[in-house]
Structures are given as C-alpha cells and as structure tokens.
Design a protein around this ligand. Structure first.
Ligand code: SF4
Length: 568
C-alpha cells in the first residue's frame, strides 16, 4: 500500500505570487468546461456577480491534450446547450451505419450489420466528433460567459489548509518553469503561482496526478473497487477519396484478433470528414502478460485484412494514446470533500460497455456546477455542502446509466468467456448479472512473471506498421529538453534487482511512446534504471497505472509540454 505522498518538481522554499479565484478548475476537458459554463450561468441566474471562475490547462492550447475516439452521445452536450448544433458545436458526421467485426483469426473475420450488431455497438442518433475541436468550441463558449481559461499552466501541487482539525483543499500551485535538468534555476526561471480558491474542481482526465494523491490522502476510495483502466491507441488516417466518402458517418467496432479470449480489448474505425478515418485499439490494463505492448497490438490489428484493406493507399496523419477509466460505478471515488469535487474521467464517469464517456463527463460537470453554485451562494465550501453533488448524481440519468452496467467490466477480469457468460444475465437483471457486486483488482497487481509471457511482437513490414518512434512524431509531442524528467522512477534499485528478473521491465513494452529504454543486452549501470526519453511522452498515464511495483510516478512537465492532438 503506497503512502499518500504528493510529488512535485517545484523548487522548495521560495517566494511565490498568489492569485485568488472563487472557483478553480484544474484541466480544460469536457467535464470542467461544462462545469464552468453551467456555473457561470447559474451564478447569473442567482444574481451573484463578481465571482471569478478560473480554468487551468497544462497544454499550450486547449484541446491539445484531449484525446477520444470519438462517437459522442449528444445527450450530454444537449443538456448543456439545447441548441448545440445551431451554436456551431463541431461535428464530423452523424452516424449513418454500424458494423461489428468478429475477427476470428489473423486473417479470418465475420462482419455483422443491421439487427445482428450487439446493442452496445448500435450508434443511431450519435455523432462522430473530434474532441480536440469540441473542447476548443466549449472553451470559446465559456469565455463568452466570463470564464477565464489559462492554457500552459500545469497544476503541480495541491494546496491544503487545516482549520479546527479539518484539512481542506484551498487551491493549487502551478509548475515552475525555467529549471534545468539538475534542478538549477535558469535565466528564464519563473516560479509557479499559488492559485487559491474556496472550491477546486479536479477534472484532470484519467488518472489525474493530483486527484490520485487526493484520493489516497482523503481515502476517497474507501469501500470502492479499484479503478481499472484500458490504454487506447489512436491514429487519424487520410484514405483515398472514394473510400473516404463511402465511410463518412460509418462506425465499425471489432473484437477478437489479436488478443483472442485473453483480454478485454477491441478496435474501432470511425469515418470523418475530408476522407479521414479515426482508427484505434483499446486493451484493458488488467491483462496478465508482462510483455503486453498496446502499440504492437494496434499494429497487429491494422495488419488484419479487415482493417488493412480500409487503409490501403492511405497515409497516417496523427497519432495519440490515452488511458480510459473502465471500472464503472463501483470504482468511482467519493466525488467531493472539503473545498473540492472530482469530475469526468478523473472521477470514473465512463460507460465501458459502450466505451463512451463524453456525455457522462459533461453531465458530471453540470451536476458539480449546481452543487458549487449553492455552495457559493451560501459561502460554504465544506464537504457537507458539496455532498449535494453526490446527491444530484445519485438522482441523475448518469447514475442510472452507470448503475445499469455496474458489473460490466469486472465480469471480464478473467477473460472474454467469463464476461460473455455474464452479459446476458446483466442485461436481464438491470446490470446485476450473476453476482450482486463483483470485485476488481488494481491493474498493477495482475501482471504475472515474465517467464509466463506469450506475447510476440509483429513484423513491421508494410506501410501500415509504423514503429513507436514514427508514431510519436505524428503525435507532435514536444517538451523542453533541459528540465527534470516528469517521469519519476521512485526506486531505481527495484528496476534492476527485482523487476528485470520478475517481470522483465514491462515499462519498455507498455509505454506507447518508447519513453523507457533498456539496454539490449545486460543490465544498466549500478544504481541506474532505464534511460527515460521523457520528451516522447504523450501523457497517457499507462506507466503510472501499470507498473507492477507502483514505482513510476507521472507528474506534470513544464507548461505547454506534451502532445498536440490537433483534429484528433
Ligand atoms: Fe504514457 Fe508513461 Fe509512456 Fe508517457 S511515459 S507515454 S505517460 S506510458
């Protein structure tokens, strides 16, 4: 069990500027932007003026770190803006066709269409979007209401204050910039600021690095299942025009190859404008194989004839990777505390049965906004007041949806067969299935010794088989090189004394951006762990989740560092 430690690369013991806000939101994803928009409107309706709502975002521009498939259920955005289409919310296409590909082998497959598509994969009424563009549009809508959005400001630490024995969150400290790789201040040094607020909203996306410590520190996960994640790998392709037109608005999901019955995994193909395809593959990180390589699985999947023929004659434009919180209702942490709430992926608002979370993220932000507006009106940001958010959630359609699939993901922990046996019972019993409440395991505990690994890497011998470094180039990721790595290996001796023999250093496999590099032969120098190519990092958080010793800590790099998911 890890102790609740909050890591940060900031310089200690220096003077810092302070900036007060009334409500501070960490992360400019769909949940936080929905929260800010709805809150601004609610405060206006209540006649409360002069309150500052401030959103911090670690990316240089809002949306650059936002990655999703994405087929969006418009239920969420329509609740926020009933006229979302007329207002100009960017949409790639309405879904016009669903397919479900059963990949039986390396080359064989059967495609189901129409009534044969499983209900979870029917998307009539949904829209294909680029979430990068959707959040940019939401940011503009928020600014029209007076919300301040500050991109390039990564939150590095949570600020706590204890009064009368009660610890409360009172804001965050942003990351210092201009510190070299040895920790020395450069001529460009700028100290991070203490941004204080009575209420802080954590919407950092999956495995938020601040929320992770808050959950441990305040035991927000007491009595809950461990959160379980998948890693999603995505590319945007441009394909020949005739095929591009044919696929506009089409949605194809796949199961089977290359993981077979071993893992909770699957792929997608979504038809976008301008002859583009969004393609991707998600693998559950509770997989047992120490050599599991999500990127290599994605390559194998692209090499399957059912996918390869779609990509023929095309070229890759963009690449990205991100984790997905799949655990569902029983894995959600307590949503509130003294001075704070958790929203969106950070709080586990995702329906894994349909692999959709945007509508739930937006709804979580709106519900949080209602509770925050009441807290602001009564000048009371205590946990007892912010509990209102949880009560609103429990009475909402979001709870109904998540509770209806409450045992979904855990039923697949032992593999696809067990899950498929339980699914019909879940559908008949409103999500219960054969067991009232299934338990789960944290992903870092499920890895088996490397001697048991069966994973073999694909042969990269065709135009669809980019290696990791080529794909990293397509992510546009960039970091200031002369800074301390934002990936902390907490005890490098574990890497070389235990991990090498027990698990074969899985970080070199599971990272989809080739960040962790081990010598091809022999061990690293004494006291050294892997070479960490931190500049490659695409901020997916897989290493923070999947390392079997919980020995890797992801913290924020200097402002603006990371991928550039334009159009993703
Ligand atoms: Fe993802 Fe970690 Fe690799 Fe960065 S270093 S890309 S967070 S696995």
């Amino acid at each position: 069990m890890s102790t609740p430690v909050q890591y940060s690369l900031n310089v200690k013991g220096i003077e810092r500027d302070a900036m007060p806000a009334d409500v501070l939101l960490v992360g400019a994803g769909p949940a936080n932007l929905a929260c800010a928009i709805h809150l601004a409107r609610l405060l206006q309706q209540k006649g409360i003026e002069g309150k500052s709502i401030l959103v911090l975002e670690k990316a240089a521009e809002v949306g650059e770190h936002t990655l999703s498939g994405a087929v969006m259920n418009p239920k969420g955005i329509a609740a926020l803006f009933p006229d979302w289409r007329e207002r100009g919310c960017p949409v790639e296409a309405d879904v016009t066709w669903d397919g479900f590909e059963l990949m039986r082998s390396k080359t064989g497959s059967t495609r189901l269409t129409g009534a044969l598509v499983p209900p979870q994969f029917k998307n009539a009424g949904k829209v294909i979007v680029s979430m990068n563009q959707v959040v940019q549009w939401m940011k503009a809508e928020a600014e029209k209401l007076g919300v301040q959005v500050f991109p390039g400001f990564p939150a590095a630490e949570i600020l706590f204050e204890t009064v009368d024995g009660v610890e409360r969150v009172v804001g965050v400290q942003t990351r210092d910039s201009g510190v070299d790789k040895h920790g020395e201040q450069k001529g460009t040094f700028q100290a991070g600021m203490n941004i204080t607020a009575p209420i802080t909203v954590f919407g950092e996306g999956p495995r938020g690095h601040l929320a992770k410590h808050l959950v441990k520190r305040h035991k927000l996960d007491a009595g809950k299942n461990p959160q379980t994640y998948g890693t999603g790998i995505k590319e945007i392709w441009e394909i020949p025009a005739e095929r591009g037109q044919e696929w506009l608005g089409r949605v194809l999901h796949t199961t089977g190859y290359p993981t077979g019955l071993d893992a909770y995994a699957g792929g997608w193909v979504y038809g976008m404008k301008e002859n583009k395809l969004s393609i991707g593959f998600v693998i559950g990180l509770d997989h047992w194989d120490a050599k599991l390589d999500p990127h290599a699985l994605f390559v194998q999947w692209k090499q399957h004839p059912a996918i390869a023929k779609l990509l023929e004659g095309g070229k890759v434009l963009r690449y990205g990777a991100k984790t997905v919180p799949e655990g569902g209702y029983f894995s959600m942490p307590r949503l509130y505390g003294d001075g704070y709430v958790l929203v969106g992926d950070t709080a586990g608002f995702l329906n894994a049965s349909i692999l959709k979370g945007v509508h739930l993220a937006i709804q979580s932000g709106m519900l949080a906004a209602e509770a925050i507006a009441e807290a602001v009106a009564s000048n009371d940001a205590s946990a007892a007041k912010l509990k209102r958010y949880d009560e609103l959630f429990e009475a909402s359609w979001a709870k109904e949806e998540l509770y209806g699939v409450r045992n979904w993901r855990q039923a697949f922990e032992g593999g696809v067969v067990g899950g498929m046996l339980d699914v019909p019972f879940q559908m008949l019993t409103g999500g219960r299935g054969l067991v009232a409440r299934r338990k789960g395991h944290a992903d870092h505990t499920t890895t088996r010794p490397v001697s048991m690994s069966r994973f073999t890497k694909p042969v990269y011998d065709d135009s669809k088989s980019m290696d990791k470094l080529t794909d990293v180039y397509h992510s546009g990721t960039i970091h200031e090189e002369d800074q301390k790595p934002h990936l902390l290996v907490l005890d490098t001796s574990i890497c070389v004394t235990r991990c090498t023999t027990e698990f074969g250093n899985p970080c070199q496999h599971f990272c989809p951006a080739a960040v962790y590099e081990w010598p091809k032969e022999g061990a690293p120098a004494p006291g050294k762990g892997p070479t960490i190519n931190f500049s490659n990092c695409v901020h997916c958080k897989t290493c923070d989740i999947a390392d079997p010793y919980e020995n890797i800590e992801w913290v924020v790099p200097e402002g603006g560092g990371g991928p550039k998911y334009h159009g993703m």
